[in-house]
Design a protein around this ligand. Structure first.
Ligand SMILES: [Zn+2]
Length: 332
């Protein structure tokens, strides 16, 4: 694997220093030890070594969980957007954290990293036209089934030539990209006059990150290459020719549930976490008494905290300290 970590901060050019030493893939158990470097000036962070673009396909196909393709479930999930009270439910659960929900009827939307195509179907259900880009070739069959226009590849391939968009969304994508400024510049060229780009990504300036420290679930090493905060992301957007029209946090309650479970989980390098497979925190046979107790406590706490998570997240979001940023960009 190739180290390509930029020597200085990509947001402001400032010096970076070691922030977290010895961190590894505590979700899926891919091998390797990494560190996180933090900018002295703007607190932008970067995973080090940062994997090269050429390493990523092998890493994702080997370790990243393949989406289970259940076409009925996809349709059902997308149709729920039309149910009465759907917007209120999203607000309560913090699932409003995705850019495509800002669509207006009649608009043209491009979803970069559209995954299972649920968002594209939701956009269609909401009366707009949707296009998608996705690297996972498994998505081809889903798109064809639902009659959706999806390019398998990347925006660098210049898909859908001649089509420009009112809204371009990147939901949980920009943190996986080696060169976010290059990507944002390309995206900018595909906007219609007055169009906007909406990005959702983890907030490395969140309250949860401060509390969880090295156990923060959104380090997601080594898949997350850059770790943004509100201020550093605005600097990056400016370099790509945008200004920030709005930035707020919306934290999915399920993220917090997973964070609580991750606290109780014990992983070593190369070991997958069962908090991400639904089997409950793993307790190794040789775990200490304290570690066993911690695991049991985390499992109980997750159950007890279920009713508290929503209200706490909504307060954190009101303060702009939640775990997921939603940023709207317009051309400068
Ligand atoms: Zn910086």
């Amino acid at each position: 694997m190739t180290a390509q970590t930029p020597p200085t901060c990509i947001a402001c050019g400032g010096p970076t220093r070691l922030y977290i030493e010895e961190i590894w893939d505590d979700r899926y158990g891919s091998p390797g030890k990494f560190s996180i470097r933090k900018c002295d000036r703007c607190s932008q962070m970067v995973t080090s070594p940062m994997l090269a673009e050429t390493d990523l396909p092998a890493l994702y196909s080997r370790y990243y969980p393949r989406r289970e393709v259940d076409l009925d479930a996809i349709r059902k999930e997308a149709d729920a957007v039309l149910l009465e009270g759907a917007a209120e439910k999203r607000q309560r659960e913090g699932t409003d954290n995705q850019g495509h929900y800002l669509v207006k009827p009649g608009q043209r939307v491009l979803d970069i990293g559209c995954g299972s195509c649920v968002s594209l179907l939701e956009v269609r259900n909401l009366g707009a036209e949707s296009w998608g880009i996705e690297t996972d070739p498994n998505v081809r069959a889903i798109a064809d089934h639902f009659g959706l226009t999806v390019h398998i590849g990347s925006i660098h391939d210049n898909p859908f030539p001649g089509v420009d968009f009112d809204l371009i969304v990147l939901n949980q994508v920009i943190e996986h990209v080696p060169d976010p400024i290059a990507l944002l510049k390309l995206v900018r060229g595909r906007l219609r006059p007055g169009g906007k780009v909406v990005l959702a990504f983890p907030n490395a300036g969140s309250l949860n990150k401060r509390v969880s420290r090295r156990q923060w679930i959104n380090w997601h090493i080594p898949y997350h290459l850059h770790h943004y905060n509100k201020r550093s992301f605005a600097l990056i957007a400016r370099q790509a020719g945008y200004r920030v029209a709005s930035a707020r946090t919306i934290t999915p309650n399920v993220w917090t549930m997973l964070q609580l479970r991750a606290f109780g989980d014990v992983t070593a390098e190369g070991q997958a976490s069962t908090a991400w497979t639904g089997a409950g925190p793993s307790i190794p046979k040789d775990a200490s008494f304290a570690m066993r107790w911690k695991n049991r406590f985390a499992t109980r706490a997750t159950g007890l905290a279920h009713g508290l998570i929503g209200p706490i997240n909504r307060v954190a979001d009101r303060l702009g300290m939640g775990d997921s940023l939603l940023v709207e960009l317009v051309r400068e």
